[in-house]
Design a protein around this ligand. Structure first.
Ligand code: RP5
Length: 151
């Protein structure tokens, strides 16, 4: 994520991965304030064994796109809700990538962070039968938890 201030949103991705038993790391890597850290992180990610990168950032949210430019790994982008523009700036910054450098862009805020965790898990599950079963169980539990009576 681009800042420690993004953690309140991005922790939902982490909690989702926890629930699914997917190992991960969390780092603050700012495209603007720590550009060299971003270069090292993105160019070294695959060699370190990472399989998917989730990038969460707000405002002029270049982090996921710049990461995607420097790795062949799948990059998922979470637009963090900004104060000034309520995350529309973040969304448009992340989603409007030029053809050739994809970022799988999720919804603004908490829902996007949760879904980034789920989507990362689904990507990893294509090569992991045990994770596939955990993901199916998570989805089934969610379905079972939806009340039919709103009261
Ligand atoms: C972005 O600027 C970060 O991703 C964050 O969403 C936003 C504001 O950062 P702080 O000023 O709170 O550190 O780079």
């Amino acid at each position: 994520m681009g800042s420690t201030s993004d953690w309140d949103t991005m922790r939902h991705a982490a909690e989702t991965l926890d629930a699914l038993g997917v190992p991960y790391e969390t780092k603050v890597v700012s495209a603007h304030r720590t550009p060299q850290r971003l270069v090292e992180y993105a160019t070294g990610a695959a060699d370190r064994g990472l399989k998917v990168i989730i990038g969460g950032a707000g405002g002029a949210a270049h982090l996921p796109g710049m990461a995607a430019a420097m790795t062949h790994l799948p990059v998922l982008g979470v637009p963090v809700e900004s104060k000034a523009l309520k995350g529309m700036d973040s969304l448009l910054s992340i989603v409007q990538m030029p053809g050739g450098i994809p970022v799988g862009t999720l919804a603004i805020g908490k829902a996007g962070a949760i879904n980034a965790g789920l989507l990362a898990a689904a990507i990893l599950a294509t090569g992991d039968e045990a994770l596939t079963e955990r993901l199916k169980a998570w989805r089934a539990a969610q379905t079972d938890g939806v009340a039919i009576d709103p009261a």
